[in-house]
Design a protein around this ligand. Sequence first.
Ligand code: C3B
Length: 833
Amino acid sequence: MVSQNPIKIEDDRTGLEIQTLRRAILDNLFYIQGKFPEIATKNDFYLALAYTIRDRLLQRWLNTMQTEIKNDVKKVCYLSAEFLVGPHLENNLINLGIAEKVKQAVTESGLNIKELIEAEEEPGLGNGGLGRLAACYMDSLSSLEVPAIGYGIRYEFGIFDQEIKDGWQVEITDKWLQYGNPWEIARPEASVTVNFGGYTEPYTDGHNQFHVRWVPGYVVKGIPYDTPITGYKVNTVNTMRLWRSEACESFDFQRFNVGDYYGAVDDKVNSENITKVLYPNDEQIEGKELRLRQQYFFVSCSLQDMIRIHLLNNPNLDNFHEQWAVQLNDTHPAVAVAELMRLLVDIYEYEWGKAWNIVEKTFAYTNHTLLPEALEKWPIEIFGNLLPRVLEVIYEINRRFLDQVRIKFPNDDGKISTLSIIDESGERYVRMAHLACIGSHHINGVAELHSQLVKDTILHDFYLLWPQKFTNVTNGVTPRRWMVQSNPRLSKLITSKIGDGWIKNLQELKQLERYAEDQTFRQQWREAKQFVKQDLANYIQEKVGITVNPESLFDVQVKRIHEYKRQHLNVLHIITLYKQMKSNPNLDVPPRTFIFGGKAAPGYFMAKRIIKFITAVGDVVNNDGDIGDRLKVIFLPDYNVTFGQRVYPAADLSEQISTAGKEASGTGNMKFSMNGALTIGTLDGANVEIRQEVGEENFFLFGLTTPEVLTLKDQGYVPRRYYHSIPELKGVLDLIASGFFSHGDPELFRSIVDNLLYDDPYLLLADYKSYIECQEKVSQAYKDQENWSKMSILNVARMGKFSSDRSIQDYCNNIWNTQPVSIELKDYVQKEA
Ligand code: C3B
């Protein structure tokens, strides 16, 4: 029945007329924030605007959830301990296609949209590349209309904020939730419980069936918090569902009732600690029990949630694997393999073989690193005390698996010990990568080279066993955030020539190639770059009080600080240039501004010292009157997604200089290139494919290849040989060792110099000469601005492959076997009538 008197005014919560938007912002300020404009803070206005935008996506969001549940479509679950999503507001404005309208409404209300966007605290729920990749993938899943849920942990404290004091990193707690988070909705009705500790016991049921019961030491409640993930100009809004831990009240009360008040409070504190804080290590395991508790907690919550949803439409779990494709983002969630077995066998009483068939067809595993210090393994003691039943399940998985190994490799005990889930070479450990491989139908690396190395090295024996499981999916990044949002000028320039189809189909950037020859276009291209460089120069001035020449070559290295990423090789080049300029004041090289950003794990001695090294060299160089603005070294504190959005567009040169074979893929390399920076890099990770795409003439290549690295190490690498045979290198290292950059103190950087001279595990000295020569080529090339612009345009034109849309398409086709589902938008007002 249609109402006789339909609502004619635009709905306050969905309407898009300027007047309506303006009123909605004020309404939200009043009714949600409880403020009049006169007394509202910037954050109040930001929240009012954020709620206004959230209102406008709720219809899509709820429709997406409903459609996915009702239509019984296969869903992707991306299980990840980290989601580094970055600020939501502007991204949602762009994806909803309402950025211009909202800007107008905000401006007419006397507010500044840029300021409101910048008022958002970014959720730093990740360390680096792995967490950011998960966020790009969520964006692409929605944009491609693939039904998906991102499951993870709602850390109360995300990655620390970094300050630089006296040149050293200082860690400050990240309080991202302190002023409220308008993007999440708690769903306490979907809470679940998770067991820890205790013991197991066998029992026989009424049908004389044998079972095992886990009698936990304590039980923790998991509460889901949902955040909408919009797709670009589609109706799909998927969900990122993050779990927060809480004490189970019933447990509190039991102890409370017997008078153990402190015991009850203790329980509460211990339970809440699980999701308190993100471990700030990237590619370095810490081996702490709390970390295992985090992993099991979010994995168990997520699997229970999938099962609950599944049973809304299905009589049982027989077809679970046909409905759910679960991706393990590295081994952090690998315990899911055992947990799903436990749920199927213990709770849903599946026979082992039938359960295993479901499990094997559900999971796939992505490996993100070959670094030995990042490979997760848990001491049996810790594992067994915390998760006694899960450990038993793992033993049984392993027992049956090793039987298979014996058939495939008879009389080969070596294979048994290299493949077993349990490492028995010394103290006994559970090897999480092995559990992930055994329980997954596909295993992938994140770039061609990396996927090959996975097969050749760390998972070689698994490859011999199951070659068909192994595949590659090269990483990608979302052009919505990393081009449209972060570089509006360049994006508009591109669109003015080739239309805006590239935003959804990045391969269309190819059409830009012909403009590389167009002089007017090159001029416009340079102007767009110059504008953002000026912007960054202002930001640098404001943040660190150093004036940089906006015309200089912006040479940028932003990423986590790690020895394998070799920020210190970059510094060796800076010192080389500095020495050259000092001894030859007329040296004809373009002025350069070196910009660094990145956090060091708080416990990583060398990484922290490298930060001090960068800032110390900066102190000398930046204050040397002979040098002026020809050389500046800037360390910008607190590198995060927001800062990334500022820095990638402003770069001329992208430093991707890891030791060959060490960087699994890299994704920063793609963001730079998409924004017109040229790359100086080794043949590592996705650099190899970037170079293939952009053309070798548009890429500055240096350094040893992976096989050369391996050979050199095999032969017995002696870094001192390079020190003695390359005078320039010797001069640089001697200068550092003399205390020149440390107010005469030779001790401060001794650990860095000695490490390079006597160990140099990442082969800086072996690559030094090639790096310096390549940097000279960069300097020469930069002098020819016309040609540089041509190379820059071609870089952007050929980046189509590196959209995360392509990566997600690969996963859908080759691993998940999922189809897009378009979401119908039901009109809210009509429905009411
Ligand atoms: C990173 C790798 O170091 C990068 O090469 C890669 O591009 C990204 O993952 C995404 O695949 N990585 C990380 O950030 N943290 C880890 N623990 C392991 C890998």
